[in-house]
Write a protein that binds this ligand. Structure first.
Ligand SMILES: O=C(O)CCC(=O)C(=O)O
Length: 222
C-alpha cells in the first residue's frame, strides 16, 4: 500500500491493516520469547506488579522491550513499520511502550474503550499529539476467538458518549470486526473506539501492542 493512501485511510477511518507484516519465522521467534517471559514472570511474581497483570484467563506484560530479547527488539525498531509511521507523522517515531497480552480460552469480552487519555498522564494510555498504537497479532482471530471490534471514524466523534473515557459493552454505531491472521499488523489512532469479543475457542490469543510517539510531540499532561 502506498504511504499516502495508508496515511489517508488511518486518518479517516482511525485504523489501518497491514497484512503479513511478520513472516512465520518472526512470529515463531516472538512466540518463543513472550512464552519464556510469561514463564519467568509467573515463576517470580507472587502477585501483580505495575508491569505484570494476571487473571485466570489473561496475562499482560508491559515494557517487554526492556529485557534485551532479540525478536522483540527487532520488532519495536522494525524498519518498514517505522518508515511508514515516520512518513505519516512527519517526524521520527519514538517507541513509548511495548506490551504483550495473552487472552486464554474463556477470557471475557473487552469493553469498548480508547487507548487515549488526554486528561491523565498514565504511561500506558498515551496522550501525545499524533501518537499511534501498533498491534501485531501472533495468532489468527475469528468470531470465536476474541475478534477485534472497531468503530470506524470514532476518533472524530464529537458526542460525549464517544469520548476517550468511553467504557461500554455495547456501542450504538457501526462496528467492523476485520479478519485478522497471524502476522498481520494493525495501526490504530489511540482515540478510535475498539474492544474485543470473548475467547470462546480452545486456543490462546496473543498480541503485542506498541505505542509510538513523534519526536516533535510531548505529552499533553507531563
Ligand atoms: O487485543 C486486541 O486485539 C486489542 C487490544 C486492545 O484493545 C488494546 O491494546 O487496547
Amino acid at each position: 500500500m502506498e504511504i499516502i493512501s495508508a496515511a489517508r485511510a488511518l486518518e479517516q477511518e482511525g485504523y489501518l491493516i497491514v497484512r503479513n507484516a511478520l513472516s512465520t519465522e518472526r512470529v515463531l521467534a516472538l512466540i518463543h520469547e513472550v512464552t519464556c517471559l510469561e514463564q519467568q514472570f509467573q515463576a517470580r511474581e507472587a502477585s501483580e506488579t505495575d508491569v505484570y497483570k494476571v487473571s485466570a484467563t489473561r496475562v499482560m506484560i508491559h515494557d517487554i522491550d526492556t529485557h534485551g530479547l532479540q525478536a522483540i527488539d527487532e520488532l519495536v525498531s522494525d524498519d518498514a513499520c517505522n518508515h511508514l509511521l515516520n512518513e505519516i507523522v512527519g517526524g521520527k517515531m519514538l517507541r513509548w511502550t511495548a506490551t504483550y497480552a495473552n487472552c486464554k480460552p474463556g477470557h471475557p469480552a473487552l469493553a469498548f474503550h480508547t487507548d487515549y487519555d488526554p486528561y491523565g498522564c498514565v504511561k500506558y494510555r498515551p496522550n501525545h499529539p499524533s501518537c499511534l498504537r501498533v498491534l501485531y497479532y501472533l495468532d489468527d482471530l475469528n468470531a470465536e476467538k476474541s475478534p477485534l471490534h472497531i468503530a470506524p471514524r470514532s476518533h472524530t466523534f464529537l458526542h460525549k458518549d464517544y469520548q476517550s473515557d468511553v467504557l461500554s459493552n455495547t456501542l450504538d454505531v457501526d462496528i467492523v470486526s476485520p479478519t485478522i491472521a497471524t502476522g498481520d499488523m494493525i495501526v490504530i489512532d489511540p482515540r478510535v473506539i475498539h474492544g474485543t469479543g470473548e475467547n470462546n475457542s480452545d486456543r490462546v490469543r496473543r498480541v503485542i501492542a506498541i505505542t509510538y510517539v513523534p519526536d516533535w510531540s510531548r505529552p499533553l499532561n507531563a
